[in-house]
Write a protein that binds this ligand. Structure first.
Ligand code: C2E
Ligand code: CA
Ligand code: CA
Ligand code: CA
Length: 281
């Protein structure tokens, strides 16, 4: 679905016209949303599967539209990506995640330094000044680069592998790790990914959700874990929805996990309550 909208139409009928107008108005609304603070982030906990310990959060963008209600990233990130707006959205996500995460980092660092993961699109890594903006933002919030993880999808990575290699080396030198998102869907091999400075892969939820149902998903997951381990790459399983999936992954010694079974994404207020409840126990 990510490539839809890239199609070139010769005939422009009424439906397409309507769609184009909606798209245009959404684009204008999105520009507005950034200025008006209608975007916000939710945070999904990432846990260490063996111990159940919290290791950090993934920030996920949300848009509260004044007329259309809640809009999910699947419906506005692609629009942003097709326009220059992804630069603004991406920078806003980084700033907002750092701003909200900084106090949490300082409150909890004596127990265990938590990490924050943000999603970046391929359009962002190729934009000039990307690395500098990250450096300045981290400095601005006095956050160590080691607490920031950038998630980039496997397919985006393959698309722009030469730029990615260059940018990732700069980021790694700074101390910011790269996590490969949606791994297993982009038809690349781990040995290929391994030639990039990548530290963690996230097994796509399509495989995780079929664990226990489907022999093939189990085999794919097992071989990804095996291969990752032999290359010294750690693994996050995403989209864990059941105890059975959780136990499978634990048995297969997958390091980290996230999903509705462990926790839904939370607002920043819920994150603060959640951390308070951890402290109390
Ligand atoms: P993703 O990075 O693969 O994020 C995981 C998605 O799965 C999130 O959807 C999350 O809410 C959802 N999820 C988490 N646990 C479960 C589960 O147990 N079951 C199921 N079915 N889903 C689960 P969300 O928040 O709608 O985000 C969708 C995608 O939009 C993300 O996929 C990511 O590619 C993109 N995205 C989100 N925020 C940003 C952002 O700030 N910047 C960019 N560039 N992309 C973003
Ligand atoms: Ca992600
Ligand atoms: Ca993913
Ligand atoms: Ca995804």
């Amino acid at each position: 679905a990510k490539s839809s909208g890239k199609a070139r139409y010769v005939i422009f009928d009424a439906t397409m016209r309507k769609r184009a107008i909606n798209r245009l108005s959404l684009e204008m609304d999105l520009r507005h949303a950034i200025e008006q603070n209608h975007l916000y982030l939710v945070y999904q906990p990432i846990l260490e599967l063996q111990s159940g310990a919290l290791i950090g959060f993934e920030a996920l963008a949300r848009w509260q539209h004044p007329e259309h209600g809640l809009i999910l990233p699947a419906d506005f990130i692609p629009i942003a990506e097709e326009t220059s707006l992804i630069r603004e959205v991406g920078r806003w996500v980084l700033r907002e995640a750092c701003r909200q995460f900084a106090p949490i980092f300082y409150q909890t660092k004596h127990i265990r330094p938590l990490v924050i993961s943000i999603n970046v699109s391929s359009r962002q890594i190729t934009e000039s000044g990307f690395v500098e903006y990250i450096r300045e933002t981290l400095e601005g919030y006095r956050l160590p680069p080691t607490c920031l993880k950038l998630e980039i999808t496997e397919s985006a990575l393959i698309e722009s592998v030469d730029i990615a290699r260059h940018v990732f080396h700069q980021l790694r030198q700074m101390g910011v790790d790269i996590h490969v998102d949606d791994f297993g869907t982009g038809y690349s091999s781990l040995s290929y990914i391994h030639r990039l400075p990548v530290d963690v892969i996230k097994i796509d939820q399509a495989f995780v959700q079929k664990l226990g149902e489907d022999e093939q998903s189990l085999e794919i997951t097992r071989s990804i874990l095996h291969m990752a381990r032999s290359l010294g790459i750690k693994t996050v399983a995403e989209g864990i929805e059941s105890q059975q999936q959780y136990l499978f992954l634990q048995q297969m010694a997958c390091e980290y996990g996230q999903g509705y079974f462990l926790s839904q994404p939370m607002t920043i207020a819920q994150v603060e309550d959640f951390l308070k409840s951890l402290k109390d126990t």
